[in-house]
Each structure stands twice: as structure tokens, then as C-alpha cells.
Design a protein around this ligand. Structure first.
Ligand SMILES: [Zn+2]
Length: 264
């Protein structure tokens, strides 16, 4: 399968947690009371739990490309509703990150097809707003990296604004003004630090469009794996993927052979 090392790490971790605290997984099986809802980028370098030095149970998490809050995203809406109405989470963090590939793609001038392009159109508004602000301030000659940093921050403000407009948030504020509290943060992959973005500076302008995607046209890649995590034991069980019909074994084997490094 090629992922044995990850499963071995899981077994080691579960054993370590039990050794530290025998009741750890027993408590988890009893329910969850996360402190915040984290809406972050799907980028593998920005896992909310690790960068906040948190443990399982502390963060209720939703992640997507470029940490976007879309009005028609039923997935996000259900997560927010569950967090606010059922888990009684009082703080929601939208956390972007500097060097975000999704935001960089949204800043391109040409629009490409596909789901990624459609999705990133939502973040395109942030680019237009930054361009207008810089023009007004006579600071148009920023480096690409500095410009991207500003758009990343603006995208966080924009998504916080979207969040504040969701009906379930407005209804929650009708019942208890200001709760849940909304926070806009930016994680810096260059330093590991989080910057709090000034949420009072919000601005929305007409959408600028764009996105780029390079699709990998490789048969059988990515390989799909079905796992179940047991909150009662901390162990991961591999579900028989042949029953789901999602992973052509031959393709997986061929790609394994092509990528074999021998050190796993
Ligand atoms: Zn990102």
C-alpha cells in the first residue's frame, strides 16, 4: 500500500498517549467540547492543531483551498451550524497563510477552467481591493511577494466578512450579540508565527477573476485510501478499499514501483 509508515506512526502515537494518560481515549469517546472553530487553508503546511500546539478535541476544523467562506458551500455551512448551535463554540477563526498557492493562483490575470478556478474566483475580490488601495496610496510597485502578502491578508478579511453575513451567524448574534466572536488570522510559513489581522478594515470590491491549475494526468494517482479512526482507542483501521471500488490495485502498484525510494 505504501503508507505503512504512517500507520506505524499512528500505533506509536496511540500507545504513547495511553502511556501518558490511560483515560485519554476514554474521555474522547464521551464527546467533544472544542474551544474554537478553525477555518483554514487545506495547505499541508498549515495544520491548525500543530501550529496552535493543540491536542485532539480542542479544535473543530474546516479546511479548503485558500480558506474561503462561500455563501453556497453547504459543507462549510453545516460545519459552522454544528459548531455554533450544537457544540456552542464561541470563537471562529479564519486563518490564511502567507505564501498561499490558492491566493497566488487567484491573483493570476488569466482565468482557467475547472473546479479550482471556479472556487478561487471567490478570493479574487481580495486582489482587486488591494490593487485599488495601493493605487490610491501610490504604492503600486510592490514586489510580487509583498503584494501576495497583502492579498492573503485581504482574503482573510473578506472571508471573515462573508462569515459575518451567513444567516446562522446573524441569527446567533440576534440571540447573543457578538457571539460567536470572529477572528481573522494569518499564519506565516516562513516563521511559524500567527499575525492577527485587523478585522475592522474590511473592504469588498467587484470580483477580479483568475486561477491556475496544473492537473496531473497520471493514471491511478492519487491513490485513494479508506481509513477509520477510533476515538475510543486512538487507532486507525484500514477499511477494505476493494469494497469501495476506488483504488485500482494495478494502478497503485505501478505507481508504487515508479516512486519507490526504498527508505520507507
Ligand atoms: Zn493556502
Amino acid at each position: 500500500m505504501g503508507l505503512d509508515d504512517l500507520l506505524e506512526r499512528n500505533r506509536t502515537w496511540a500507545a504513547y498517549m495511553v502511556a501518558q494518560d490511560p483515560e485519554y481515549f476514554i474521555r474522547h469517546a464521551g464527546g467533544q467540547r472544542p474551544r474554537i472553530l478553525w477555518i483554514g487553508c487545506a495547505d499541508s503546511r498549515v495544520p491548525g492543531e500543530q501550529v496552535l500546539s493543540s491536542r485532539p478535541g480542542e479544535l473543530f476544523v474546516h479546511r479548503n483551498i485558500a480558506n474561503i467562506v462561500s455563501y453556497n458551500d453547504v459543507n462549510l455551512a453545516a460545519v459552522v451550524q454544528y459548531a455554533v448551535e450544537h457544540l456552542k463554540v464561541q470563537d471562529i477563526v479564519v486563518c490564511g497563510h502567507y505564501g498561499c498557492g490558492g491566493v497566488r493562483a487567484a491573483c493570476q490575470d488569466r482565468v482557467v477552467g475547472g473546479y479550482i478556478g471556479d472556487w478561487l474566483m471567490i478570493a479574487g475580490w481580495a486582489k482587486r481591493w488591494v490593487e485599488e488601495r495601493l493605487k490610491k496610496e501610490g504604492k503600486e510597485r510592490l514586489s510580487d511577494e509583498d503584494f501576495l502578502d497583502l492579498v492573503v491578508e485581504e482574503n482573510v478579511r473578506l472571508q471573515v466578512k462573508h462569515l459575518s453575513a451567513l444567516s446562522m451567524i446573524r441569527e446567533a448574534w440576534d440571540h447573543q450579540p457578538g457571539v460567536p466572536r470572529l477572528h481573522g488570522w494569518c499564519y506565516d510559513i516562513r516563521s511559524g508565527h500567527i499575525k492577527v489581522i485587523d478585522e475592522t478594515e474590511t473592504g469588498v470590491t467587484p470580483a477580479a477573476a483568475a486561477a491556475a491549475t496544473d492537473a496531473a494526468h497520471q493514471s491511478g494517482v492519487p491513490r485513494l485510501h479508506g481509513w477509520c479512526y477510533d476515538i475510543r482507542s486512538g487507532h486507525i483501521k484500514v477499511i477494505d478499499e476493494t469494497e469501495t471500488g476506488v483504488t485500482p490495485a494495478a494502478a497503485a502498484a505501478a505507481t508504487d514501483a515508479a516512486h519507490q525510494s526504498g527508505d520507507t
